[in-house]
Design a binder for this molecule. Structure first.
Ligand code: DGL
Length: 266
């Protein structure tokens, strides 16, 4: 039994899609969430920068005495997971492997689509995990860089969002994929629009599998928290009020205190 919290981070709101599922599946665990709202978007930045940002955030989360880290960001998982695992002596999991494994299990016709940020798609991280399992699968990927600002703007079902999504997804529509990985944690918030455009395609939200991987890790490392009604904590690097308003909606909470910190100090 280990009563310390789990650290979860993203560039902004997107990681809340993961945090929400962690709260649902691991009800005893306390979460300390960090959204890097001052430095979003991560998707257009270099690997070096994303490693530096991720390391700063992990150092901040360590001041909250976390027992494990969930990188609830597709881009940081794709570009920084390996580097921070070498740098820090605590369990760290990302969202790429759980989502890729789940897509491999889900596909029936062995044709998988992947959408994500520029950085994630260029890294080919999802492909690497998929091809480690089997080379019988065809993968088609495309970056959707405007999705993140649209989500951060709260335009989840807006006409503009539908138009943008149609344009991005058109390159996947004639590929006969039956499974589509939402390779950025902001994208599950656009699942309705994406689902309507893609039709009969299974959308893979990394949240469910990531929570299952964390559960397993806590079980095997004997890090589980047995009894507790957790009070989660939320931190951002900018615009705490805006984050609070949106986070309350995503998590369905009435109260949700958010504190701003200086991430560059870590
Ligand atoms: N949620 C991040 C991801 O999963 C957001 C990307 C960004 O900040 O550009 O990639």
């Amino acid at each position: 039994m280990d009563n310390r919290p789990i650290g979860v981070f993203d560039s902004g709101f997107g990681g809340l899609t993961i945090a929400k599922e962690l709260m649902n599946q691991l009800t005893n665990e306390k979460i300390v969430y960090f959204g890097d709202t001052a430095r979003i978007p991560y998707g257009s930045k270099s690997k070096e920068t994303i490693i530096k940002y991720s390391a700063q955030i992990i150092r901040f989360l360590q001041t909250k005495d976390v027992k494990a880290i969930v990188i609830a960001c597709g881009t940081a998982s794709a570009l920084a997971l390996e580097a921070v695992r070498e740098q820090f002596d605590l369990p760290i999991i990302g969202v790429v492997e759980p989502a890729a494994m789940s897509a491999v299990e889900e596909t029936r016709n062995n044709r998988i689509g992947i959408i994500g940020t520029d950085g994630t798609i260029a890294s080919k991280s999802y492909e690497q995990v998929i091809y480690k399992q089997t080379t019988d699968i065809e993968v088609f990927s495309t970056a959707c860089p405007l999705f993140v600002p649209l989500v951060e703007e709260g335009w989840l079902e807006d006409e503009v969002t539908i138009e943008v999504a149609k344009r991005y997804l058109s390159v996947l529509q004639d590929r006969e994929i039956d499974t589509l990985i939402l390779g950025c944690t902001h994208y599950p918030l656009l699942a309705k629009v994406i689902g309507q455009i893609m039709g009969d395609v299974t959308l893979i939200n990394p949240a469910n599998e990531t929570a299952a991987v964390l559960q397993k890790l806590l079980d095997t490392s004997k890090l589980k928290h047995e009894i507790q009604v957790p009070t989660h904590e939320f931190y951002v690097s900018d615009c705490a009020n805006k984050f609070e308003t949106f986070a309350k909606i995503i998590l369905g909470k009435e109260k949700l205190p958010v504190q701003q910190i200086h991430i560059e100090n870590y």
